[in-house]
Write a protein that binds this ligand. Structure first.
Ligand SMILES: [Zn+2]
Length: 308
């Protein structure tokens, strides 16, 4: 489907006001006709007194077009949500909360950060298929940016720690397919097996550098290449390119990553990489995926992530 804007100008024409955004959301949620989420009735009317809200003719339950979606309960205008999703999805490198606040003229950094966090949460499709076939698997470290660290992470406090990351990249006909990244507690066999089990399909072939942590990962074939550290990028070119791009991106957009919410930022990188050839469609996916999520509270978003 080509039903998404392909330029800023087209976007502006397509979504000039909240009514246009609400009409688009309504069509996404109920492509044929409204269906009451409470009783399943298809008869409803739009309320004149409440914006973008339907009342069921059978059970009189009122349903907002944003209810139960990533936009639920937000005080921000729909147009701001749409602009944010468009900028986040189509910009080749993404956009930080600070940039978003400036671009959209938002009143506070906190609301910009929340907007980004909610959209980022919509970047992991529930039930997405694990990687399959031949998959390069490796791990890397990036400097942890502490609160007062210089952006390069090269300051005196960079000894506060490294962020440990496992990565995997499908290889199809010698080209990279989809990727996955996971924040790990350590590089033990248990942690690495957990990553492989979560992100590789049963029967996939894991191509690794022969690090002792991978053999025995259940359900996958293992193809170790025991090599010196200098040659890893030759044997595992695609996952190494992913790591290099990740490091550049983390510094360029976020001035380095911090331990809290690391997985959410990795998920954003993965979302962007896996849609690198369909950036404009990613806008649709971003809001579309969000429509299947339960709304997140502020406390859910700021809570520390469970560590893999
Ligand atoms: Zn009903």
């Amino acid at each position: 489907m080509a039903d998404f804007p392909r330029s800023l100008l087209e976007f502006q024409r397509r979504f000039p006001d909240a009514a246009a955004c609400a009409a688009w959301l309504t069509a996404q949620r109920w492509p044929d006709r409204f269906v009451c989420p409470a009783c399943g009735s298809g008869r409803a009317w739009a309320l004149a007194t409440k914006a973008w809200t339907f009342e069921c003719a059978a059970c009189h339950r009122q349903t907002s077009v944003t209810a139960g979606t990533v936009l639920h309960g937000s005080k921000l205008p729909l147009t701001v949500w749409f602009w944010a999703a468009y900028l986040m999805a189509t910009h080749s490198n993404g956009i930080s909360a600070l940039q978003l606040q400036q671009q959209l003229g938002l009143g506070s950094y906190k609301s910009a950060w929340l907007l980004c966090a909610k959209l980022r949460r919509a970047m992991v499709a529930p039930g997405r298929a694990p990687l399959a076939g031949l998959v390069e698997v490796d791990e890397t470290e990036i400097p942890c940016r502490a609160q007062d660290d210089p952006p390069t992470g090269g300051g005196g406090r960079s000894s506060q720690g490294k962020l440990l990351i496992a990565g995997a990249a499908e290889v199809q006909d010698g080209r990279p397919g989809r990727i996955r990244l996971a924040a790990l507690e350590d590089f033990s066999a248990k942690s690495l097996h957990g990553f492989v089990a979560a992100d590789l399909a049963p029967g996939a072939t894991a191509k690794t550098d022969g690090w002792s942590g991978y053999p025995g990962a259940p359900g996958v074939h293992h193809e170790p290449h025991v090599i010196g550290p200098m040659a890893a990028h030759v044997v595992l070119p695609w996952v190494h390119r992913v790591f290099a791009n990740l490091k550049t991106w983390a510094l360029g957009v976020y001035h380095g990553l911090r331990r809290p919410h690391l997985q959410a930022y990795l998920d954003e990188f993965v979302f962007r990489f896996n849609r690198r050839r369909t950036r404009h469609a990613a806008f649709r996916t971003l809001l579309g995926i969000g429509l299947t999520l339960k709304p997140a509270t502020y406390n859910m978003l700021i809570a520390p992530e469970p560590r893999a």
